[in-house]
Design a protein around this ligand. Structure first.
Ligand code: 6PG
Length: 467
């Protein structure tokens, strides 16, 4: 066996899948796990690929097996266990070695860890990996944040294992330290919004228009042949076709309506607000998950007030146009967070490149991302996707449909945290003069905060209420 080119530590679902992907693409890899008994089982499972995998029974042995400067990819929880791992590994590494955190990490932790390793002349890479187990095994989309030196050494391996779009690997170095993990976090925020949007559409079709899950699956499958084509549209159509074997009921009816979340959607919202942005569609989706977990409260409120949903008419073509507009707005909000973070942290993020590496392998892969990449290459007015001529049609045709849909649905008692947030955001941004003059008057009245005037330069003006 060739000397291992990289070590993988942590043979859970994602670590195992990445190691097998590497071996399959001709990369020789050494592996280890905290509990060493996982290693022989993993090698068994690897079959022929085990010829390119060297199993090690401890972290020390793994480090010993890697030729310096080492590449060590770690797939363990990116929270406290990652810090404990770094305490253990730092004394064993040599200057120039790179540790790669391939989990979903809070990018603030990644920045802190990169600074910590730099004190030891070590590199720390935050690698966002998207695509779930299947992606990790056969081709994920990967968002790398780290030093150019680490990228030079890593990119042949990452490019070999990445998903491909028209032959181009879906991986890029996006910036230093936390940049990759931040982009992955926003990816997940968009993922949350897109999933919730599809759930809202399901709700309207099922309980407003009386369609069966299979009829809704048929509509979604049809949409998936057009501009709405995406992995999430496809899998939503797929899951709605299943029945529960035990009861014969639609599977979706047998699943408890309380959604989990591991935190990346919430992080997106927190960071957006910190950056002075507000990704209201993502917030809507995070809120919907939080409210979904409050089952007893919802049941009591339903008993007290009654459920509100009433019948509505649905036209699938109009709904498709409304969803298309909402999806444009969802991405527009996500990219605004990225642009602001890039500015605040001086990362130099390239939005077109990000859209390109999201075109295959990741959970939010969608046909629209090719247009988004092109829109950013053109340089949209104000840097805003919202103003890109490439999406003018989708918005011009879709917004009236979204307005009709939201209006009708709200009147019929449906809750649409994401679709209504999309419309509200668009209507706010299209209004050259908004409501903030009243806020400024209130602020001046209550706290003498001062305001700017439309007809004079400078600030610090006060209202007649102070005379
Ligand atoms: C991906 C996904 C993945 C995420 C799951 C679950 O890009 O492959 O985003 O990283 O962990 O989708 O996320 P939640 O449990 O928060 O829904």
């Amino acid at each position: 066996m060739k000397q291992p080119q990289i070590g993988v530590y942590g043979l859970g679902t994602m670590g195992s899948a990445l190691a097998l992907n590497m071996a399959e693409k001709g990369v020789s890899v050494a592996v280890a796990n905290r509990s060493p008994d996982k290693v022989p089982a993993f090698l068994d499972e690897a079959g022929d690929l085990a010829a390119r995998i060297s199993g090690q029974d401890s972290l020390e042995a793994l480090i010993g097996a890697l030729p310096p400067p080492r590449l060590l990819l770690v797939m363990i929880p990116s929270t406290a266990p990652m810090d404990a791992f770094l305490d253990e590994v730092i004394p064993q590494l040599a200057p120039g070695d790179t540790v790669i955190d391939a989990g979903n990490a809070d990018f603030h932790d990644t920045r802190r860890r990169a600074a910590r390793l730099a004190e030891h002349d070590l590199y720390f890479v935050g690698l966002g990996v998207s695509g779930g187990e299947d992606g990790a095994r056969h081709g994920p989309s990967m968002m790398m944040g780290g030093s150019p030196e680490s990228w030079d050494r890593l990119h042949p391996i990452l490019e070999a294992i990445a998903a491909r779009y028209d032959g181009t690997p879906c991986v890029a170095r996006l910036g230093p330290d936390g940049a990759g993990h931040f982009v992955k976090t926003v990816h997940n925020g968009i993922e949350y919004a897109d999933m919730q949007m599809l759930a809202e559409v399901y709700d309207l079709m099922r309980f407003g228009a009386g369609r069966t899950p299979v009829q809704i699956a048929d509509a979604m499958a049809r949409w998936n042949e057009g501009p709405l084509r995406s992995y999430l549209t496809e899998i939503t159509a797929r899951v709605l076709r299943y029945d529960d074997e035990a009861t014969g009921q639609p599977m979706v009816d047998m699943i408890a309506d309380s959604a989990g979340q591991k935190g990346t959607g919430r992080w997106t919202v927190i960071e957006a607000v910190r950056l002075g942005q507000s990704a209201t569609m993502i917030e809507g989706a995070v809120a919907a998950r939080a409210w979904s977990a409050e089952k007893p409260l919802r049941q009591r409120a339903e008993a007290a007030f009654g459920g509100a949903r009433r019948e509505i008419g649905i036209d699938e073509e109009r709904l498709e146009r409304a969803m298309l507009a909402a999806r444009v707005l969802e991405y527009a909000q996500g990219f605004r967070i990225l642009a602001q973070a890039s500015e605040d942290f001086a990362w130099g993020l390239d939005p077109a490149r990000i859209a390109e590496i999201w075109r295959a392998g990741c959970i939010i892969r969608a046909d629209m991302l090719d247009d988004i990449a092109a829109a950013f290459r053109d340089g949209p007015p104000e840097g805003q996707l919202l103003l890109s001529p490439r999406f003018a049609n989708a918005l011009e045709q879709g917004i009236p449909e979204l307005r009709a849909l939201v209006g009708q649905a709200v009147a019929a008692g449906f809750a649409l945290p994401v679709l209504s947030a999309a419309l509200t955001w668009f209507d706010t941004m299209r209004q050259g003069r908004g409501t903030a003059s009243v806020i400024q008057a209130q602020r001046d009245f209550l706290g003498r905060h001062g305001f700017e005037r439309v007809d004079r330069d400078g600030g610090g003006y006060h209202g007649p209420w102070w005379e």
